[in-house]
Structure formats: C-alpha cells, structure tokens
Write a protein that binds this ligand. Structure first.
Ligand code: ADP
Ligand code: MG
Length: 462
C-alpha cells in the first residue's frame, strides 16, 4: 500500500490546532514547532522530531492527549510513531518552516540565521546517550533544564568532577540540544585551552575586537575545563569581562572544571566568585549499578554481543571513570574482532588484567586507606575519623587524607565526610601540609610512598 493512500496530515494539523489552544504559547512553541508531519500508514502518523530525547519527552508529556484528540477527530485509533531528524548542519534559514518558528517563538533577537554554523560539538555526545545514575542525576537534570530554558534557569552553571565522569558529554549535550531546538541561537563551545589560545592569537594579530565580538555576542557560551585558566592572568581578565557582558544580558554560560572552584589555585577571586554564582553541581564516580547501565548502553550503541557476566566483571573491576569502562570495552571488542572469538569471562580477565590489577582502577576505598595508615601509626581507623586533634593523631589523619586524594577520585568534600564530617577546606589544608612537609623533609616522602604502596596492595586484596 503506498504511503499516499494514508494521508493523515489534515488530522495532524487539526491536532496541532487543539494543542495550541490548550497549551501556553511557550509550551507549544517549545515542543511542537520542531515536529514535522513525516507521513502516515494505515494506522499511524509518523512525526519527525529533532532527537530521541525530544521524542521521549513528547511521548511522556503529550502522547496520550494527542492520541485522544486523533481518536475524536478520526473516529479510529491512530497511533503516533516518531522518526528522528538528521542533525542539520546546513544553515537553517533555507527552511521556511523554521523561519516561521523564529518569529512565532519571538525568542532571541540575533544575527541572521544564515550566519549560524554548527558549533564545534562532537556527534557522540547527546542527552540521548547519557545514562543518568545516582552519581550524576543532579548534574544531568540541571543540564537538561538549562538546555530547555537557556539563560533563564541556572545561570551560570558549573559542572565539576574528576576526569572521565561525563563533564564534556554533558556540556556538549546542552549545546547540541539548544542547536536543534532553538534555531536562532548562537552557541559557542570551546575548551578553556582553545579560549586561551584564541585570545593570545587575537593579541598577536591585533584582532582583539573580533575576539570580543565572537564571545560577547553569543546566546550560549560553553567553556570546558576551566582549571586550565589557572595562572593565565590576561585570559582570566578577558573571561571576566566576557562573563560580565553575557551575565548582564542574561545569556547562558556553562563551565566545567575538574575540581570545586574553591580548590583552584592562581585564579583571581573575582573570577572565582563569578564561577561560583548560579549553580555548581558535581559528578562523582558511578556506582556499580550505574556502571552496568552505562556499559550496557555502550554495548548497545556499538551493536556488539557481550555476555552479561563479562559486563559484570568489567564493572566490578573498573570502578573509577566511565572513560576506563569504555577503554575496557574497546579492547575486548578489538580482540574479539581480530581473532574472531566470542568474548568470555576468561578472555576478559586475561585481556584486561592490567586494568583490573591497577589499584587506582580497583576497589581501593577510604576504609582501606584509613586502616593502612592507622596500622602504620599504631592507631585505629576511628582515631582518624574522630574529633581528637592531638599531634599524634592530627598528622596521620592528614597523611590519610592526602593518600585518599592521591589514590581515589573522591572530592575533598567527600573525603572530609569520611573523616568525621570535616569540611573540604580541612582536607585541602591537610594535603597542602603533607605536600610541603615532604618537600621540607626528605625522610618523609619515602614512608608516605611506602604507605601508598601498602594501601594499593590492600586495595587489590580486598
Ligand atoms: P570528562 O569530560 O568528565 O573527563 P567525558 O565527558 O569526556 O568526561 O566522558 C568520558 C567518556 O565517558 C565519554 O566517552 C562519555 O561519553 C562517557 N560517559 C561519561 N559518563 C557517561 C554517562 N553517564 N553515560 C554515558 N556515557 C558516559
Ligand atoms: Mg572533558
């Protein structure tokens, strides 16, 4: 049966009219201006949507209502099916429909849309393929809220956390979402390093004006890895002014950093206070369950067959970054591909033995570190977690905090909590103290290295 025999476009148009009268203009524009009628079959209308995130949201919010309206209009049960539009990297102004949206939405006055090119974003990152788990749900939800309402909800927003935990994935997902859903918005995504290099280049070439123009006239500025700005005074100064210009005109800014802003060194206080404005959210290493969910998603994306027990053994052993989980998977897939073998638990154990035996990637816990350090100083772990601040306990406690920061991905806030609910500044101070003691007294470093080694060994055994 050819598609044209089932043209339900008129029903869809009428459904839109109903929805328009029921929803606020903002809500209607947000969810329905980007949906196109893509065809029908006997019992279905196919709608094309910008992303699967969008599809899921529309399904959850409106599907029942839409199907009811369609039923009333047609007298039969017409279902809705969604297809995902390909990301459009060509200028959107060529699409008359989208031009109309721009005026209907009355969103942001901006440059002519023909000037809008696809921002420097990787195709790999979107909300669709980001697994939300206990370690990242606050950050992920904040990013989704920002993407839906840029400049209005949480501005600025800073996402911080250790390496490989999804900062770049999230910040880029915001860019991608906004690009697909707000067609007149200008989005700039850069790493702090690129920002710095461009700034330096603009000075060399006497093009500061262009530089300022580029960064101060965006709707969304996304800067990844701002820890790179430490010690770069002139770039900090420039970013400070960029920040103020954008902030004053309610333009959205999102930054990522590998630690809380308070722990950054050589960053001016005024810039720090800007980053700390708005919302700061952290990412911590994923729990076992979330690791399983992430790995399963990656397996699905790569369209390979990996038995559940193999996934489990990887997740039991690779406990820090998502990036390491991916690396483990990539290695196994390459092995299986090259040797044309099925992946089994034994193969996984053998192929990944280096990753599995590296204690940094293993189940080294704060508990193990506290026990190791306490043993060495003839104390108990409770002494390290307790309130006493006598010299005999204070220094070992600082050493244990230092080693925890060395060997794990816990933030200073989390370490503080594990050491009797102490403040993160106490942990920072402890690490600095141990560091300077090691530098001042050469006899200290070897025993701390030795303790680190012991903690690693206990971590591997437990
Ligand atoms: P960061 O910028 O924090 O160092 P990335 O965003 O580069 O980390 O993440 C590292 C890798 O892990 C990327 O390939 C990313 O897609 C993946 N990743 C991280 N967190 C998740 C998650 N929750 N769901 C799916 N993939 C994730
Ligand atoms: Mg990153």
């Amino acid at each position: 049966m050819s598609k044209s025999n089932w043209d339900y476009s008129i029903f869809w148009k009428e459904t839109l009219n109903h929805l328009r009268s029921e929803l606020s203009e903002q809500e209607f524009v947000m969810w329905f201006n980007n949906i196109d009628y893509a065809g029908s079959t006997e019992k279905k209308i196919i709608l094309s949507v910008p992303s699967s995130f969008y599809r899921d949201q529309v399904k959850e919010r409106y599907l029942t209502g839409i199907e009811k309206i369609l039923h009333n209009l047609s007298g039969s049960n017409i279902e809705i099916d969604f297809s995902i539009k390909k990301i459009n990297t060509t200028p959107v102004s060529s699409n008359p429909k989208q031009k109309k949206t721009q005026s209907a939405a009355k969103k942001k006055p901006s440059l002519p849309v023909t000037n809008r090119s696809y921002p420097n974003l990787s195709q790999d990152y979107s909300f669709d393929n980001f697994v939300v788990g206990d370690n990242n749900s606050f950050a992920a939800n904040a990013c989704i809220a920002i993407a839906k309402n840029p400049g209005k909800t949480y501005n600025p927003c800073l996402i911080y956390g250790g390496v490989g935990l999804g900062k770049t994935h999230l910040i880029q997902s915001i860019g991608k979402y906004v690009y697909s859903n707000f067609e007149d918005s200008r989005i700039v995504y850069v790493t702090a390093e690129q920002f710095t290099n461009e700034f330096i280049q603009s000075i060399k070439e006497n093009k500061q004006h262009q530089f300022k123009n580029k960064y101060r006239k965006v709707d969304i500025l996304l800067i990844d890895d701002i820890h790179f700005l430490q010690g770069k005074d002139a770039t900090q100064e420039e970013l400070f002014h960029t920040f103020n210009a954008l902030y004053d005109s309610n333009k959205q800014m999102v930054f990522t950093c590998d630690r809380p802003v308070s722990e950054l060194k050589n960053l001016t206080d005024r810039l720090k206070s800007r980053f700390e404005r708005g919302l700061n959210v952290d990412l911590i290493p994923p729990s076992f369950e979330t690791r399983i969910a992430i790995l399963k998603k990656k397996v699905e994306e790569k369209n390979v067959l990996i038995p559940d027990d193999v996934i489990e053994i990887i997740c039991q052993n690779v406990t820090t970054h998502v990036r390491d989980l991916e690396a483990a998977l990539t290695k196994l897939i390459a092995y299986a591909d090259l040797l044309n073998k099925e992946i089994t638990v034994d193969i996984a154990k053998h192929q990944l033995k280096d990753m599995f035996s590296n204690p940094k990637l293993n189940n080294i816990t704060i508990d193990v570190i506290q026990r190791t350090v306490a043993d060495y100083f003839n104390l108990t772990p409770n002494d390290l977690r307790g309130k006493k601040r006598t010299k005999a306990i204070a220094f070992p406690r600082q050493v244990a905090m230092y080693i925890t920061r060395e060997l794990t991905e816990y933030s200073t806030t989390e370490v503080g909590l594990e050491f009797g609910g102490r403040d993160h500044t106490t942990v920072m101070h402890a690490c600095q103290r141990v560091d300077s003691k090691m530098k001042a007294d050469p006899s200290i470093e070897p025993y701390i290295r030795n303790l680190i080694q012991k903690a690693k060994e206990s971590g591997t055994k437990s």
